[in-house]
Design a protein around this ligand. Structure first.
Ligand code: TXA
Ligand code: MG
Length: 372
């Protein structure tokens, strides 16, 4: 099998929609990362998603819905129950409903996933047998059109092999899964570049952050006027064993080591000490990859190469130091360095701890090499 990359135009979207109705899986562009979509109410399609990704079935999927076309609102909380048959809205307290409405109104369509009590009809494979279901309304027009063409909500994890870097363009999906799927819809490069922020809403209206992502936590807290703590393991026990929460995830094949400081702030001695502590060895003639948070790659690679005493191939996530550009390019530049002739990758740390910086730090940490 060799996947065909289809331009994201109406006729191809209709074709892919039919494939989804038949239980096939399709590479789908979204504004965050590309997903591997399957019909959410077809257990065979869900099983294909897990098989294709080699993903363990204890890790639940996000189900994607499209705008409902109601006048004056893109999404309606009750639709999650009455139209899509996904969430048990009636079981929510008034506070929980109010919170869900605020978040939906502000952030849908967009990179926010809400975890809500599920209805019994949602297949266990989609939720890993949990009593909750993760829901998202993507902003990408091709994703919205595909859901509409399929006529069903679509379960879609990121379209990478288990544990690997999430894909941010159609070609990335081809490299990850091209030998295992039939169709990839091309919707260009992802605008956000990081997966959605995952927030759970409990019946009593308490919220928790299960995964940092495209929408900063502070923006969410501002909308709901309450704190949104990162998840406690006791409250979401299964989630702890979910790959999004595993230590090593989103990882390149080459070992990636995070530098203690920005290149410009590191002395030759500090770099030597850092390299000793990582144990990064080096074969003759091979270069080291350098993933810069900002600045000009040519000058910085020359600086690093001189201090390190090795040839360096550098990529800069945002020459001007713009955090949303860093997020957008993080996975694709990591993927590019991984594919280049480097033996290992040194990554500058993201010094910003707030906003998108929090999610960027999370992904860098998870991509970094862990000693066995
Ligand atoms: O941006 C995104 O969210 C992308 C695009 C394709 O939409 N999708 C994505 O899916 O990142 P995936 O499968 O790679 O990540 C889903 C995350 C996992 O960490 C999973 O554990 C969590 O959502 N999740 C799903 N259902 C859950 C539930 N019922 N309770 C807690 N966590 C859940
Ligand atoms: Mg993923």
């Amino acid at each position: 099998m060799k996947a065909i990359i289809l331009a994201g135009v109406h006729s191809n979207i209709a074709l892919a929609g039919q494939a989804l109705q038949r239980g096939d899986v399709v590479g789908m562009p979204t504004e965050t990362v590309y997903g591997l979509a399957g019909a959410a109410f077809q257990p065979e399609a869900l099983a294909r998603i897990f098989d294709t990704k080699e993903r363990p079935t204890f890790d639940p999927l996000i189900i994607h819905i499209a705008p409902s076309g109601h006048i004056g609102s893109l999404a309606n909380l009750e639709d999650l129950q009455d139209k899509w048959g996904l969430a048990d809205i009636a079981s929510l307290s008034e506070l929980a409903k109010a919170r869900a409405r605020q978040l939906i109104e502000k952030f849908w369509p967009g990179p926010l996933t809400l975890v809500l009590p599920k209805l019994p009809g949602v297949p266990d494979l989609a939720t890993a047998g949990l009593g909750t279901v993760a829901l998202r309304m993507p902003k990408h027009p091709v994703a919205q059109a595909l859901i509409q063409a399929a006529g069903t909500p679509l379960a879609a994890p990121s379209a990478n092999r288990f544990g690997r870097i999430s894909p941010t363009c159609a070609q990335d999906v081809f490299e990850e899964l091209g030998d295992r799927i039939n169709w990839i819809l091309d919707g260009g490069s992802c605008q956000v570049g990081l997966e959605s922020t995952v927030i759970s809403i409990d019946r009593d209206g308490s919220l928790s952050l299960l995964r940092p992502g495209g929408i900063p936590r502070a923006e969410i807290e501002a909308v709901v006027s309450q704190a949104v703590p990162a998840t406690e393991s006791s409250k979401h026990p299964v989630h702890l064993s979910a790959p999004g929460m595993l230590e090593s995830h989103y990882a390149p094949r080459k070992p990636l080591f995070i530098l203690p400081k920005r290149i410009s702030e590191l002395s030759q001695k500090e770099i030597a000490q850092w390299r000793d502590s990582t144990g990064a060895s080096q074969a003759q003639g091979l270069a080291v990859g350098l993933l810069l948070q900002s600045g000009d790659p040519e000058t910085r690679s020359a600086e690093f190469s001189e201090k390190l005493g090795l040839p360096v191939i550098a990529r800069s996530l945002s020459p001007s130091g713009d955090l949303s550009e860093v997020a957008r390019k993080l996975f694709s530049e990591m993927r590019g360095l991984d594919a280049s002739e480097v033996q290992w990758i040194a990554a500058e740390p993201c010094m910003e701890t707030h906003g998108l910086g929090y999610a960027i730090r999370d992904r860098l940490q998870k991509a970094s090499f862990k000693k066995a």
